[in-house]
Write a protein that binds this ligand. Structure first.
Ligand code: TPP
Length: 203
């Protein structure tokens, strides 16, 4: 079983390797949401039959989905941190904001209509959850009662931009709507920068 300490030490290890210039690609480290993620994986019993989709910041998701630590680390060392994909473990990630929303809904549609076991869990950030494609995907999933859950990890920022200031609201758009039944939402403070380790390029 993956513990908070496992997740923290993994990110610290990647930070060290990045600092030494051993990773020739961007990394997006995360800290401060370990308990929330562990809780979601446990509470929803996310297991082998389930699909997990994520974005540029998915080291923790890969570990929690059951990809061995060394395999995740090797992929990151090979420059794939931003789009970790381990199809055999049913975890697929992309570095493109808004991508994968339709893929997640399509996977859920297929599982439901083919009467296959498994559900879909897609993890994204607060700014991603304000995009049109997120809204459309949630509406469609709600209407057809598809086995997909959208998890919004709210760190308040999109790179260095204040998400709430952009949209002029103190709450995400879905707060208080019927669509909340398809969404898990939590706030956290990321103690790492959006990408990298505070020096070198941010993007
Ligand atoms: C289509 C596209 N536009 C811009 C970017 C650059 N970008 C990467 S992450 C990010 C911020 C997204 O913010 P949020 O969804 O809140 O994610 P988090 O802060 O959790 O990383 C942006 C703008 C991108 N990856 N893809």
């Amino acid at each position: 079983m993956i513990t908070k300490e496992d997740l923290v030490s993994f990110e610290e290890d990647i930070k060290e390797n990045f600092a030494q210039g051993k990773i020739k690609a961007p990394v997006h480290l995360r800290a401060g949401r370990e308990d929330a993620l562990i809780d979601i994986f446990h509470k929803h019993n996310i297991s082998d039959d389930d699909y997990v989709y994520g974005y540029w910041d998915s080291h923790e998701l890969a570990l929690l989905k059951g990809v061995p630590r060394e395999e995740v680390k090797q992929a990151i060392m090979d420059g794939k941190s931003i789009s970790l994909c381990f199809p055999q473990y049913k975890i697929l990630c992309s570095g493109i904001v808004g991508s994968l929303m339709g893929t997640a809904v399509g996977t859920a549609w297929s599982l439901k209509n083919q009467k296959k076991p498994g559900r879909v869990f897609i993890f994204c950030g607060d700014m991603s959850s304000e995009t049109g494609i997120f809204h459309e995907a949630v509406k469609y999933a709600y209407n057809y009662d598809l086995p997909v859950t959208f998890i919004v990890c709210d760190n308040g920022l999109s790179v260095m931009t204040d998400t709430r200031e952009v949209w002029g609201d103190t709450e995400p758009w879905f707060k208080g709507t019927k669509y909340e039944s398809k969404i898990i939402y939590f706030k956290y403070k990321n103690t790492f920068p959006h990408s990298g380790i505070g020096w070198k390029i941010k993007f």
